[in-house]
Design a protein around this ligand. Structure first.
Ligand code: ATP
Length: 240
């Protein structure tokens, strides 16, 4: 078993009077793709936000590469190596594609040359972004915006990429292309935690999976184990 990169233990979190997460445990081994699935409102987005520091933890811990990131700011989480591609992409719609990508590098201190090289890497990975680099990000298609959001996350040179709702609203051919790109990034060493509503896509992409329901992790295991689990097949895969 690979070393644990991200370890969430007993995490509680919520919004105002509403508690959403109730003692969530989740791990991402270094070098793996892990998926998080579950029904609407289960708390997947809330968990991603608590990991990347967008909302505070009310209890429990977030450990990352030996560092305690519980209640760390988003800047500190990013500096530690966690980049978050949020649900709905959240691009700066009125800024160019190129400037959106550069925003992803705003915490880097390794110099303009290194950032320019990574920008070139992003354009090689997603050639459509090179063509669209001067265009306002908000004018692109959903698939192009998702590519831009992923590339923006990668511009922070993360060790762990969090992706919330990879395929939502995208054509199957685009989803296949994005999954191939994520597999290639993973082969280069990037660890990935992805929230995905299409469970078949999620289990195909990831080596490990966690299932959430009403703020708790109710099931976890290898993707192969979950694919063979009759309860998962019935609830999420449309067959038994
Ligand atoms: P979905 O797939 O629908 O996005 P999810 O599993 O990502 O679901 P969350 O978005 O984490 O679930 O939502 C979990 C619960 O928290 C829901 O009941 C939701 O209404 C509530 N919630 C989410 N965001 C907020 C907020 N900003 N303020 C108050 N409650 C919120």
């Amino acid at each position: 078993m690979a070393e644990t990169l991200l370890k969430v233990a007993g995490l509680h979190a919520g919004y105002g009077d509403v508690q959403v997460l109730w003692g969530v445990n989740l791990e991402v081994p270094r070098g793996e793709i892990v998926c998080l699935v579950g029904s609407n409102g289960a708390g997947k987005t809330t968990l991603m936000r608590a990991i990347s520091g967008l909302i505070p933890a009310r209890g429990g811990t977030v450990g990352f590469a030996g560092e305690n990131l519980t209640n760390a700011s988003p800047e500190r989480a990013l500096a530690a190596g966690i980049a978050h591609v949020p649900e709905g992409r959240r691009l700066f719609a009125a800024m160019s594609v190129r400037d959106n990508l550069l925003m992803g590098a705003y915490l880097r201190r390794d110099g303009a040359q290194a950032v320019a090289e990574d920008l070139e890497r992003m354009f090689a990975m997603f050639p459509i972004l090179r063509q669209r680099q001067g265009q306002d990000a908000g004018t692109m298609s959903g698939g192009e915006q998702q590519m831009c959001a992923i590339a923006r996350g990668l511009m922070g040179r993360p060790r762990l990429l969090l992706i919330d709702e990879l395929s939502l609203g995208l054509a199957p051919a685009i989803v296949d292309q994005l999954c191939d790109t994520l597999r290639a990034l993973n082969r280069e060493g990037l660890s990935i935690l992805v929230v995905e509503q299409d469970v078949a896509t999620a289990l195909d992409l990831a080596s490990h999976a966690f299932v959430m329901d009403t703020g708790r992790v109710t099931r976890s295991g290898s993707s192969a184990e979950l694919r063979d689990d009759p309860a998962i097949r019935e609830a999420y895969l449309g067959s038994i």
